[in-house]
Design a protein around this ligand. Structure first.
Ligand code: DSN
Length: 412
């Protein structure tokens, strides 16, 4: 960053510190990942200089001959990889992508049905403080007492409330989502089905989680989680009619000019995700999560649903006499970055809930394997069980640093 350093040493210094932080800590936040240097190069490219309101071949600005090619490639790669007929790559991120789907398919006041945030859903799936719960009549489903989606209860709620759109997908659910069953429920009431696969998109294209493509009317995904690209989003659907509505909802409905540097980086990440090595990566994410789940269970930790099928686990810390905030702080102290999270039916507040959300996408990108999960689980257990013991904390810090040095986020 020699140029940046010369022009703005303060920002250069902070970015350099953030780089070092990422190198020397392990992110167990399930929605984070480490984008490749190729993705970062595209993100820092001159594509950022161009205005391109509109779509390829139909722009409101001249000079878009090259940007058109970039965006068309991103669109084609998304369609091929996910097996959908239409793709829009312009949404600035996941929430605007979902907002565009609402704008395209619904009228204010229409009923929508999504997973409640405290049960593992997302803000934009109808939570009361979000646009989705304010502008629309949102009804929310949850999980059963063990933490599993209760499809019979969801079907009954749909029959009772007759939503115009049902949203499936989650931010803190560790089990396979039965998209076929959601389709049947949507069909029983004539609802659209939106599958928000932001968390699991990389697992879907990697072949380790079933795809919603045969069942959903619309699929949204962010591109920076398991898909390992830049911060951005893709909206996909089956028909030209829906595609036209969604394109219009993004532009001019919600946004102005697309972020072309992001579009280029999305195209790069889709190219990376189409390689056989990405399938190996996706498989390892799940193997690592399952290994970590069984090791933590062996250390006496209680997991919501008892385990995982995907990239994340939700730890209920109640039996350890710890809160989510205390656990997050203690792990942070030794260089393990995880995040506090509500557990289903949590009696505590979202600011200091009973759970901890742990994910393996980022550490798997670094190369940690199932064997390393034993070490990691041991470190997590020793830190959470001995928060006040400075010598145990010092040892854990050193062990985390050893793992970081063995598996750098970016090899120098
Ligand atoms: N904030 C994301 C997550 O951490 O799961 C969801 O958008």
């Amino acid at each position: 960053m020699s140029l940046l350093n010369a022009i703005d040493p303060v920002i250069a210094g902070l970015l350099s510190k953030e780089y070092e932080r990422q190198q020397h800590t392990l992110s167990l936040i399930p929605s984070e990942n480490i984008a490749s240097e190729a993705v970062l190069e595209a993100l820092g490219s001159v594509a950022s200089n161009k205005y391109s309101e509109g779509y390829a071949g139909k722009r409101y600005y001249g000079g878009n001959e090259i940007i058109d090619q970039i965006e068309s490639l991103a669109v084609e790669r998304a369609k091929t990889l996910f097996g959908m007929e239409h793709a829009n790559v312009q949404a600035y991120s996941g929430s605007p992508a979902n907002q565009a789907v609402y704008l395209a398919l619904l009228q204010p006041g229409d009923t929508v049905m999504g997973m409640a945030l405290p049960a593992g859903g997302h803000l934009t799936h109808g939570w009361k403080v979000n646009f989705s719960g304010k502008i629309y009549k949102a009804v929310q489903y949850g999980v059963d007492e063990k933490g599993f989606l209760d499809y019979d209860a969801i079907a009954s709620l749909a029959l009772q409330e007759k939503p115009k759109m049902i949203i499936c997908g989650a931010t803190a659910y560790s089990r396979v989502i039965d998209f076929k069953r959601f389709r049947e429920i949507a069909d029983s009431v004539g609802a659209y089905l939106l599958a928000d696969i932001s968390h699991i998109a990389g697992l879907v294209v990697g072949g380790v989680h079933p795809s919603p493509a045969p069942y959903a009317d619309v699929i949204t995904t962010t591109t920076h989680k398991t898909l390992r690209g830049p911060r951005g989003a893709i909206i996909m659907c089956r028909t030209t009619e829906l595609g036209t509505k969604i394109d219009k909802a993004i532009f001019p409905g919600l946004q102005g000019g697309p972020h072309n540097q992001t579009t280029a980086a999305i195209a790069v990440c889709l190219e990376e995700a189409s390689q056989p090595s990405f399938q190996t990566y996706a498989k390892q994410i799940v193997e690592n999560a399952q290994a970590l789940a069984s090791e933590l269970t062996a250390h006496g930790f209680s997991l919501v649903t008892g385990g995982t099928d995907n990239h994340l686990l939700l730890v209920d810390l109640t039996n350890k006499g710890l809160t989510g905030q205390q656990a997050e702080d203690a792990l942070n102290e030794v260089g393990i970055i995880a995040n506090k999270n509500m557990i289903p039916g949590d009696p505590r507040s979202p600011f200091d809930p009973s759970g901890l959300r742990i994910g393996t996408p980022s550490i798997t990108t670094r190369g940690l394997n199932s064997e390393d999960m034993k070490t990691l689980a041991k470190i997590i257990a020793s830190v959470l069980e001995n928060r006040e013991d400075s010598s145990i904390i010092a040892t854990a810090k050193k062990q985390v640093l050893d793992l970081c040095n063995r598996y750098p986020a970016y090899p120098r």
